[in-house]
Design a protein around this ligand. Structure first.
Ligand SMILES: [Zn+2]
Length: 54
């Protein structure tokens, strides 16, 4: 079984190193590097806001 490489959610390059992932309200996002991860958070702050407590 082989694991397909996911594209970085910011720059779309194949993610070679796992570990730069983020849980957003729409699901888990993966990134190729720390830079893409932090830029994505800056560009999409609404996706990482805490859900309203029930
Ligand atoms: Zn990237």
């Amino acid at each position: 079984m082989s694991t397909p490489k996911l594209p970085c959610d910011l720059c779309q390059q194949p993610v070679k190193i796992q570990g730069f992932s983020l849980k957003s309200i729409t699901g888990v996002k993966v990134f190729c590097c720390e830079g893409c991860k932090s830029i994505y958070q800056l560009l999409n702050p609404a996706q990482f806001s805490n859900p309203q407590p029930l």
